[in-house]
Design a protein around this ligand. Structure first.
Ligand SMILES: [Zn+2]
Length: 235
């Protein structure tokens, strides 16, 4: 596969998106889209490795673009200084081959999950809180999605973000690099996809083969059949 022709979108250029975009540009991916509405803050600098003090107050996507352009001039960097949501998901996602979930809030990760399933875009979920991190590559319709593993979406703000709970910068970077590795692997549609779970306090790293939930609200057969039945009733 020629990575120069590949376009990958990184949604959220923070503790996960910074290392993931660095690794993907270094690997030779031709186009990276960076989607994030935030500006660089002082509290970001210890774990969001694309930024320095001179970027404070500037849009993250533009600061990241400058840094990546200097390091990897052959990778095209497109910036989307918008918050991800239902209003722009389809228009933005359809331009890319694969999506990286670098969002910080779990409830938003479910929204990203659902849009990727709907649009059949391969994606790599990742999350880090305190000492625990996980990475899940997903081929929509073929492998388990985030909702297959967590059927009930937590209420908004039920779980802390890594900014609120605290996280070791180097740990979120490690998870972001693993996310990039899984993204490159996912481009070749491997038959064996795993959920990675790391706990640096317990010093454990596990890979689990995730099982699809037939009743999954995003990718389940039942929902699909219900949708088909409803469509048939309307004809
Ligand atoms: Zn599912």
């Amino acid at each position: 596969m020629n990575l120069k022709n590949i376009k990958i979108l990184i949604v959220g250029v923070g503790g996960l998106g910074c290392p993931a975009s660095l690794a993907l540009a270094e690997a030779g991916v031709g186009t990276l889209g960076l989607m994030d509405p935030d500006v660089v803050e002082l509290s970001n600098l210890h774990r969001q490795i694309l930024y320095s003090e001179e970027d404070l107050g500037q849009l993250k996507v533009e600061a990241a673009q400058r840094r990546l352009n200097r390091l990897f001039p052959e990778t095209k960097i497109k910036v989307i200084p918008e918050a991800f949501g239902a209003a722009n998901a389809e228009a933005v996602f359809e331009k890319y081959d694969l999506i990286i979930d670098g969002l910080d809030r779990l409830e938003k990760k479910f929204v990203l999950n659902d849009w990727c399933i709907k649009l059949e875009k391969p994606f790599v979920h990742a999350g880090v809180v305190k000492f625990e991190g996980q990475v899940l590559p997903v081929l929509p319709g073929q492998t388990a999605c985030l909702r297959c593993l967590i059927p009930k979406i937590p209420p908004p703000f039920a779980l802390p973000t890594c900014r609120e709970a605290g996280v070791l910068g180097s740990f979120s970077q490690a998870i972001g690099y693993l996310q990039a590795y899984e993204a490159l692997r996912l481009l070749n549609r491997p038959p064996d996809l795993f959920l990675w779970k790391w706990d640096i306090q317990k010093r454990t790293a596990r890979s689990i083969r995730p099982v699809r939930n037939p009743d999954c609200a995003a990718c389940g057969q039942k929902v699909f059949e219900e949708a088909v039945n409803q469509a048939e009733c309307q004809v």
